[in-house]
Ligand binder design. Structure first.
Ligand code: CP
Ligand code: NVA
Length: 307
């Protein structure tokens, strides 16, 4: 039966570990100058309702490395759920392509695509979660620190799709995640209880608070994301006020571990959630993290299309 990647919460700890191992192996093969054509002749359809740099280019290059082809379908072309219903889009595309990647506003849309498509569907970011990002993030932390279990990760900022996926990823890999968000921008109770349920068997610790300095104290990794996600632009001014004390800057990092790594899924809004000095400074892992989107997604594609 076909499988999908809609949220990391659908993965077991073992399946997630296997995906990360596959990503490491594919990255090593690429570095050694080889790219086995594991998906020769296969095609990925990529539906975008929102802009993208990393997701679009890394999926396109992932398919190219693997000997396949990716098809970019812009927001104006498909107009998912407007020009045509989601079930019809899913069924038509399934007749043409071997897998679908979709970046959508409403998570329900990617769920419906998966329900109606006869080919695997990958969530390339919804308002609920960003599983491909979290996979690349876990791969990066594992490479930098040699492990995930017990790693102290602090997240400072909005309780958004990126934090949701990090919570699921941290829960499944036994990490210690402490998040600080403004009180009105915490992750939903549904997300927190779902993540805590996943954390039971792995011993992960997940804490959600409102104090950035407290969250960052002793952290090995500090993570942030935009204060205003795509689709929330009308709230930007209100959010700038609400998040004013949630900037990752050098003063905040002074309370973290001396060799702390800084992460951001990008795009960054320099001077808002992160300063130039931190984004471009010695602790920044930002561009290694962005590169790992490619390697993590190659693993997802190989896993969904060949296993
Ligand atoms: N991090 C991320 O998903 O970037 P894009 O929006 O550029 O794809
Ligand atoms: N939280 C951000 C992530 C962008 C990759 C957004 O949804 O816009």
């Amino acid at each position: 039966m076909k499988r999908d990647l809609l949220t990391l919460a659908d993965q077991g700890p073992e399946a997630l570990g296997d995906l990360l191992a596959l990503a490491r192996a594919l990255k090593a093969e690429h570095a050694a100058g080889g790219n086995p054509p594991l998906l020769a002749g296969r095609t990925l359809g990529m539906i975008f309702q929102k802009p993208s740099l990393r997701t679009r280019v890394s999926f396109e290059m992932a398919m190219r490395h693997l000997g396949g082809h990716a098809l970019y379908l812009s927001p104006d072309e498909i107009r998912l759920g407007e020009r045509e219903s989601v079930p019809d889009v899913a069924r038509v595309l399934s007749r043409y392509v071997d897998a679908i990647m979709a970046r959508v506003f409403a998570h329900d849309h990617v769920v419906a695509l998966a329900q109606w498509a006869s080919v695997p569907v990958i969530n390339g970011l919804s308002d609920y979660s960003h599983p491909c990002q979290a996979l690349a993030d876990l791969l990066t932390i594992q490479e930098k620190l040699g492990t995930l279990s017990g790693v102290r990760l602090a997240y400072v900022g909005d309780g958004n799709n990126v934090l949701t996926s990090l919570l699921f990823g941290a829960a499944l890999t036994g990490m210690a995640l402490t998040a600080a968000t403004p009180p009105d921008y915490a992750p939903s109770p549904e997300v927190v209880s779902r993540a805590k349920a996943l954390a039971g068997p792995t011993g992960a610790s997940l804490q959600i608070g409102t104090d950035p300095a407290e969250a960052v104290a002793g952290a090995q990794v500090v993570y942030t994301d935009t204060w205003t996600s795509m689709g929330q632009e009308a709230e930007a001014a209100v959010r700038r006020d609400a998040f004013a004390d949630f900037q990752v800057n050098e003063a905040l990092l002074a309370g973290a571990s001396v060799d702390v790594g800084v992460m951001h899924c990008l795009p960054a809004h320099r001077g808002e959630e992160i300063t130039d000095a931190v984004a471009d400074g010695p602790h920044s892992w930002l561009f290694d993290q962005a590169e790992n989107r490619l390697h993590a997604q190659k693993a997802v594609l190989v896993d969904l299309l060949t296993r």
